[in-house]
Design a binder for this molecule. Structure first.
Ligand code: 26W
Length: 809
């Protein structure tokens, strides 16, 4: 990796501006400089990209392909500079040219091609694969519109389209020559060939071209550049024009062209709730058919091995069930195009696919109407039917004890196709994303499948890339850490553990405290600039940032805020460390209750923030349009990380890891990866409260919880709920009645009231602990020290050795 100095870069930027824009630096805008710098980075990266591909080909190494409907990558300029080892030089060059680095980076639109945890995980995994020298690539969709932009208008969420490609995206390369054709609908005809084998011919299909756009994935200072390949849907060239000349059906063709482009038109904004829309099914098949065709073409071209050897050179990880049609698609190509027998094709397929489950919420499990698949993908439907038939037979004959369960196990059942069942039956590995989540899959949600295939099930606790989530977003903290323990932790994040030796060093703790305070000041400035609200940078920054969902219980958080406000109104002089509650959350556009909670948070904020009688002890900030870039601002400044899901519901969580790594203390339930955080840092360095997963599951199974009892016995709870019911926070007095009804008439399905008291008590512990700065900073540093365990490098090493069996190149 060549050393590039700031003065080199400065010169190159100046030269670029002249050649490309015909302008001098003095006249350049932030955007001009952004594009100039991005193209310089590309110039550096592209030879490495080429070399990496050459190397993989010449070594004939086994490759992993990560198939995902979502890649939530955010911005790339800063992370590419960082990974390429040019960030310092670039910052210096920009400042010398008279630009603010931050403003130049901000010219890049977030690539928001994902909803939340699942999509961001995919992005972190790509970073780790490249940084650890693994031959691993992503396949996804190049949505023309990413996740909607959120505006808050009169407290309500309003969604605007995210046309992120309005300006040219400098990181993508269109590779038209590698396009493939995807076929939908039509009729399937079966013929017998002379040798007795079956041939399938399609008639009247709708054909779509999938064009790949490649994005380089830059490894950390290692010359590796892997590929994220995103497919875009286009009409097949020529066909539209020919038809237009033939029949003059101009409008029909425009319409048809539009419907084709819609396939990669937008990202579905649902997170954890399944909606059976045909367009979504089309997107899924579009992704998997193009990716599988591409993988097989490349295998044939570069390995010169029979397809029976595919599992030795290729492994495909499917990110939740969304890409699970890849399984029948692989079977289709192996049998129909490559003329393999069923058994041989099945052997190959089941040794290539591995499936990750990200949720046990029943409303998130994908099942498609049989008729929809039959109509849209007739040949795929036949193959799923056959997989199902053979699977059911195997239970009937080999597992008599499960005969009665067949309707609950069958892939096709009561008119629906169950994608998780298809994925489990057809993969060699099924993994959960945190220890407790995998245990729940094995013992409850997928119990019978576990008894059928015990060896397939395994855990891979999630992780986050410490390069973006510490080194990049919190350079001051990274610097202090490196000053104390040296910089080996950057390559070996587990070495952060050496910080423990210093966790009682007073001078050092003060340094960490100072870094946190500087980060808080930066965030306070940003908040002031965005909202006009002044917050106290000495207050406790209590942060909950994640998608809005009932199970994540933002409602519990805001109930606590209302409680504090009520207390302060009664006793304004009460001695209390000032607190700032910071929220960021998007709700799925059709999720009514989630939107009501957003409205409630904003309404409470508008009352609390302007009430001078409480002497500025309480502020509530809802930052609109929460996304990766906003997370990067908030996380370094967090004191408290709210991870308060109803136990058993949050598969893992990854924001918990990001905030821990930045020195925030977790206030959370025993759910997802919070449990693993607690096991590492110990009870003294985390604030745990509330029902356990076992208790929650027990209530669901046997009843015994009555929300009304709490309403009638706990005055604090009654007061808050009555305030909601009586319109204390609403412009109209019916405002928020639905939240009230949901809790009292649907018996508080997420145990908000049940966990309310322990939550308050734990908050009191937090407030007291915060007063003792040194003890607090000792806890904070302890959290940072253990956070290396949650680097996605660790996670990827485990996937590579246990599931993928791939080697570093
Ligand atoms: C079909 C609708 C739909 C869309 C997205 C259903 C389910 C999803 C995802 C599985 C939701 C998701 O992002 N799950 C999150 O995955 C993270 C990464 O593993 C975990 O850390 C979170 O706990 C989990 O909620």
């Amino acid at each position: 990796m060549p050393q590039i100095t700031a003065s080199d870069l400065k010169e190159r930027i100046e030269k670029r501006l002249i050649i490309e824009n015909g302008m001098e630096v003095a006249n350049a805008t932030n955007k001009d400089v952004y594009y100039a710098l991005a193209s310089i980075v590309n110039e550096e990266i592209i030879p490495n990209w080429f070399n990496t591909n050459q190397k993989y080909a010449s070594k004939r190494s086994k490759q992993v392909y990560y198939l995902s409907m979502e890649f939530l990558i955010g911005r790339l300029l800063e992370s590419n500079l960082l990974n390429y080892g040019m960030l310092h030089a670039a910052k210096e060059a920009l400042e010398e040219l008279g630009f603010h680095t931050e403003n130049v980076f901000a010219e890049e639109r977030d690539a928001a091609l994902g909803n939340g945890g699942l999509g961001r995980l995919a992005a972190c995994f790509l970073d780790s694969l490249a940084s650890l020298y693994y031959p691993g690539h992503g396949f996804g969709i190049r949505y023309r519109y990413g996740l909607f932009e959120q505006r808050i208008i009169h407290g309500n969420q309003v969604e605007l389209p995210d046309y992120w490609l309005k300006n040219p995206y400098p990181w993508e390369t269109r590779n038209e020559e590698e396009s493939v054709v995807i076929q939908f609908q039509g009729k399937v005809h079966m013929f017998k060939r002379n040798d007795g084998s079956l041939e399938f011919k399609y008639e009247n299909t709708d054909k779509v071209m999938a064009v790949p756009y490649d994005i380089p994935v830059v490894g950390y200072k290692n010359n590796v550049v892997n590929t994220l390949r995103l497919w875009s849907a286009e009409p097949i060239p020529g066909t539209e024009n020919e038809r237009m000349e033939e029949n003059q059906a101009f409008y029909h063709d425009l319409d048809h062209q539009h419907s084709i482009e819609q396939i990669s038109g937008f990202l579905y904004p649902d997170d954890s709730s399944y909606e059976g829309k045909e367009l979504r099914l089309k997107q899924q098949y579009f992704l998997v058919s193009s990716s599988i065709q591409n993988i097989l073409k490349k295998f044939k071209k570069s390995y010169h091995l029979p397809l029976s050897k595919l599992p030795e050179k290729v492994v495909i990880q499917i990110n939740d069930t969304h890409p699970s049609l890849a399984i029948p698609e692989m079977m289709r190509i192996l049998m129909d195009d490559e003329r393999m027998e069923w058994d041989a094709a099945w052997k190959v397929t089941t040794n290539v696919f591995a499936y990750t489950n990200h949720t046990t919420l029943s409303e998130a499990l994908e099942t498609w109407p049989e008729e929809m698949i039959k109509d849209l993908l007739p040949r795929i439907y036949m193959i799923i039917e056959e997989i199902n038939e053979r699977f059911c037979q195997s239970i009937w004959f080999d597992h008599e004890e499960l005969r009665d369960e067949i309707p609950e196990l069958a892939i096709i059942s009561y008119g629906r196709v169950h994608m998780a069942r298809l994925a489990i039956v057809s993969s060699f590995s099924v993994n959960g994303v945190a220890r407790i989540h995998t245990e729940i899959l094995k013992k409850k949600e997928m119990k019978d499948f576990y008894s059928l295939f015990p060896n397939k099930f395994n855990n891979k606790t999630n992780g986050i890339t410490h390069r973006r989530w510490l080194l990049q977003v919190n350079p001051k903290l990274a610097e202090v850490v490196s000053d104390v323990i040296g910089s080996q932790w950057i390559k070996r994040p587990k070495q952060l553990i050496s910080l423990l030796k210093y966790s009682n060093d007073k001078a050092l703790l003060e340094q960490f405290d100072q870094v946190k305070h500087e980060n808080k000041k930066l965030l306070a400035n940003y908040i002031h600039q965005q909202t006009g609200i002044l917050i106290d940078d000495q207050s406790i920054f209590d942060v909950q940032i994640k998608r809005l969902h009932e199970y994540k219980r933002q409602l519990l958080n805001i109930f606590h805020v209302i409680y504090l406000y009520n207390e302060l109104k009664e006793n304004p002089n009460q001695d209390m460390t000032p607190r700032t509650f910071i929220f960021g959350a998007k709700a799925a556009p059709s999720y009514y209750l989630a939107k009501e909670v957003i409205k409630l948070i904003n309404t409470v904020a508008s009352i609390v923030n302007y009430d001078t009688s409480i002497q500025g002890k309480l502020k509530v900030i809802f930052l609109e349009n929460y996304n990766v870039s906003l997370a990067e601002r908030i996380i370094p400044a967090a004191d408290i990380s709210e991870q308060i899901s109803t136990a058993s519901k949050e598969a893992s969580g990854t924001g918990n890891m990001k905030m821990m790594m930045n020195g925030a203390l977790t206030l959370g339930t025993l759910d997802g990866a919070n449990i693993e955080i607690r096991d590492l840092v110990g009870d003294d360095n985390i604030f745990i409260f509330g029902l356990t997963a076992d208790e929650v599951l027990e209530y669901y199974q046997n009843g015994g919880y009555n929300a009304r009892d709490i309403y009638h016995t706990d005055d604090r709870v009654k007061r808050i709920l009555d305030q909601l019911n009586q319109g204390a926070f609403g412009v109209h007095d019916i405002e928020f009645k639905d939240i009230f009804y949901n809790i009292l008439y649907h018996n508080d399905p997420y145990f908000v009231l049940k966990d309310f008291e322990p939550y308050l008590e734990t908050h009191e512990l937090v407030e007291r602990a915060y007063r003792d700065r040194l003890t607090w900073m000792n806890m904070s540093v302890t959290n940072i020290a253990y956070s290396g365990k949650f680097s996605s490098d660790q996670t990827i090493r485990e996937y590579a050795s246990d599931i993928w069996k791939i080697k570093q190149v």
